[in-house]
Each structure stands twice: as structure tokens, then as C-alpha cells.
Ligand binder design. Structure first.
Ligand code: BTN
Length: 267
């Protein structure tokens, strides 16, 4: 990938103004965390990008397969917000990704709560958020974005553990575009700009409303089964809280709020 093509005419103020690009890396997320902890260079918005990761990390301690052709990106953030609001950073990223995919391709992305992006019911992108706090103050956050862009999907499917955390199969943008390659630098430029827009909104008072409402419109599923440890919650999504939690009407008519756990669609 030619990183100069991302930098050229990038309209952001701070997101992606510093980009560190690697052909090979263990994990952009781990390097971003290391930099945020140790390096004065790790200013707000610093992006780490890799062509290939050999120790890509997913949520819930899963492995993230990251062959050439994908977009493997982590952004270091120094948000001015209470720690309780940080889950919304994932939503800001999810919205930015959905809007960029919709703008740059003919595809219709959806969000699977809390932070997967699906196309035609298959996962095309995962988001990973790591937050370091000091008391209630956020020291730094790293948002990791993995998009199967120009990935040959046969390289990923054999590694999917659908029985563990992933109820959906995977796809890539190239796969959904019948083999057509995505211009990754052009895509990334729009993505960084959109993400900065929503990140700015989040730090304003009305930002959470806007982001939560927009995510609501993109939610993939109505009927859900949530697994939280050994508890299973089944019902219909009736809303999203301003902290990103899910409001579910259970089959017995009672409502329950869920802020973590894995999600499955109803058979
Ligand atoms: C998920 O489990 O769905 C989240 C996947 C996040 C993968 C991205 S790729 C860039 C960054 N570096 C990593 O090691 N993981 C994240």
C-alpha cells in the first residue's frame, strides 16, 4: 500500500496525521499500546498500519487472521471523556466504517452489536477497543480496526472458529464486490476523516445521542440471544442506551439492559 496516497490531501486535524506503516508486524494493536505507554511520539490520533500481522488479536482473546490485502489499523487516542463513555468509541469507529464502505462501494454494511460489521450477514470487519484508565480519567485508548478489504477469503475461512465466539461467517469487500479490488488508500482517507468527525462529536454533549441513533438504524438483528457467562438472554432489541448498552424485551415481556456478552441471532 502506498501510504503517501493516504497522507496526500488528508483533511483531518489529528486522526492519522502521524501514520506508522509496516509491511509485517505482530499486531498494530500491541504496538499502539506499547507506544501509548512508552513513547512521547504517540500523540492523539497516531495511526499504526500493517500490510500483514502474524499475531493479530480479536475480541475475547481470539486470534485475528490478517493476511496481505486487508486494512489492519490501530489508532492511539487521548480522549477527554469519562471512562464510562469509552465503549462509544467503538460505535464511532463502526459508524465511520459503515459510512465509508457505503460511500466507496455499492455495498450495504450493517452493525452486529457491539462491534462487528457485516455485509450480507457475513463479517467483514471487527473492532477492538483497549482502554487504559487512571481513576475515572482515560489515560489513553487504542481503537483497532480490522477490515477484510482485498483479502482472499479462502485465507481466513479455514481459521474461523464458528463454534466459539463467531456465529457468522466471514467475507471480504473484494469477495462481495465479485473480485473487484478496493483502492485502500482512498478508502482509508475517507475512513480517517469520518472517524475524526464522530470522535469530535463524542466529546460534545449531544454526541452520544447522534451516534447511538445512527447505529440503531444500522443494527443487523432484531431478535437476539445474548450469552453472558452461564446466563442466556433471549428477546428483541428495543433500544440502545446512551452508553452503548442494549435494551432487550425478553420473551416473558420484561426488559433487560445488556452491556457486554456475545450476541447470536435467533434461529
Ligand atoms: C474482533 O474480534 O472482531 C476484533 C478484531 C480486531 C482486529 C484488528 S486488526 C488491527 C488491530 N490489530 C490487532 O491485533 N487487532 C486489531
Amino acid at each position: 500500500m502506498i501510504v503517501e496516497n493516504i497522507r496526500k490531501d488528508l483533511k483531518t486535524r489529528f486522526i492519522g496525521r502521524q501514520i506508522h506503516y509496516f509491511r509485517e508486524l505482530s499486531s498494530t494493536q500491541d504496538l499502539a499500546i506499547y507506544m501509548a505507554e512508552n513513547s512521547p511520539e504517540a500523540v492523539n490520533g497516531t495511526a499504526i498500519l500493517a500490510e500483514h500481522q502474524d499475531k493479530g488479536r480479536g475480541r475475547l482473546k481470539s486470534r485475528w487472521i490478517s493476511p496481505n490485502g486487508g486494512i489492519w489499523l490501530s489508532i492511539i487516542l487521548k480522549p477527554l471523556m469519562p471512562a464510562s463513555k469509552t465503549p462509544l468509541l467503538s460505535f464511532a469507529a463502526a459508524l465511520a466504517i459503515c459510512e465509508t464502505i457505503a460511500e466507496q462501494t455499492s455495498l450495504e454494511p450493517k452493525v452486529k452489536w457491539p462491534n462487528d460489521i457485516l455485509i450480507n450477514h457475513k463479517k467483514v470487519c471487527g473492532i477492538l477497543l483497549d482502554v487504559a484508565t487512571k481513576g475515572d480519567r482515560v489515560d489513553y485508548a487504542v481503537i483497532g480496526i480490522g477490515i477484510n478489504a482485498n483479502v482472499n477469503i479462502d485465507k481466513i475461512l479455514p481459521y474461523l472458529d464458528v463454534n466459539k465466539h463467531r456465529e457468522v461467517s466471514a467475507t471480504s469487500l473484494k469477495n462481495e464486490l465479485s473480485g473487484k479490488y478496493l483502492n485502500r488508500p482512498a478508502f482509508l482517507k475517507v475512513l480517517l476523516e469520518r472517524f475524526e468527525f464522530y470522535y469530535d462529536r463524542l466529546q460534545k454533549d449531544d454526541g452520544s445521542h447522534i451516534i447511538v441513533n445512527k447505529i440503531k438504524d444500522r443494527l443487523e438483528y432484531n431478535s437476539v440471544t445474548i450469552e453472558q457467562g452461564n446466563r442466556t438472554i433471549e428477546g428483541i432489541i428495543i433500544g440502545l442506551g446512551l452508553d452503548g448498552s442494549l435494551l432487550i424485551k425478553q420473551n416473558d415481556g420484561s426488559s433487560v439492559e445488556v452491556s457486554f456478552g456475545d450476541i447470536r441471532t435467533r434461529e
